[in-house]
Design a protein around this ligand. Sequence first.
Ligand code: AMP
Length: 216
Amino acid sequence: MSFAQLGLSDPILNAISDLDYAQPTEIQAKAIPLVLKGEDLIASAQTGTGKTASFVLPILHQLNNDEAVRARSIRALILVPTRELAKQVESSIQAYSQNLELSSLAIYGGTSVESDKQALAQGIDILVATPGRLLDMAYQRAVFFDDLAFLVLDEADKMLDMGFIEDIHKIIDRLPASRQSLLFSATLDGKVRHLADAVYPDAVEVKVAPKGQTPN
Ligand code: AMP
C-alpha cells in the first residue's frame, strides 16, 4: 500500500514525500480511505502509530476542495487534552499542509486570551484546542462553529481522565449536526465507549495494535 493509492491530492502527497514517509502506517491505511469517504470513525490508536496524519491528511484533502473560511469561523476542530499535544498536532498540520493555502492555529490555557482572539478573528481553517480555552473563546464570541465540517477528539481517553467530559459535551452541543466526527483513543472501553456511543452512533470502528505489537 502506498500513499498515492489512498486517494490524497498531489500537494499533500508531495508534502508527505518531503517528510520521507515511505508508506502509510496501519492506522493511516485503515482510516484515511474511510475519512475520505465521509464516514464517522472511532479508532483505537496510540501515540507513535502515526494517528495524527491519519486524521489530518484526509481533512486537509477535503478542506482544500472547499471554500474560504469566514471571519471568526473555523472549518475543522481538533480537541486535545494538553497544550503539548495541541502544539505537536498543529506543527504536524503545518508540515502536512505546506503546499496548501489553509490556515491552522493551536489555542490552550495559560496563554494570552487577547492574542488568541486576534488570531481567531480572521477565520481559521483548522483549529487545535484544549476544551477549556475553546469554551472560553466561544463564550467571548471569538469563535463560531456555523461552518464547521470536521470534529476530531484526539486522545479521548486522556481527555476523559482529565475530567473534560462536561466541557466536551458543551462544545459538541454548539456544533452543526451535519459535521463528520472522528475519535482517537488508546482504549475504546469504559467512559470512552460511553462517549462514542452517545456522540458517534453510526461510526465505523478501527483498531490497530500499539506500536511494536502484532494486531489482534
Ligand atoms: P503520531 O502517532 O501521530 O504521534 O506519529 C508518530 C511519529 O511518526 C511522528 O513523528 C510522525 O512524523 C511519524 N510518522 C507518521 N506517519 C508516518 C509514516 N507513514 N511513515 C513514517 N513516519 C511517520
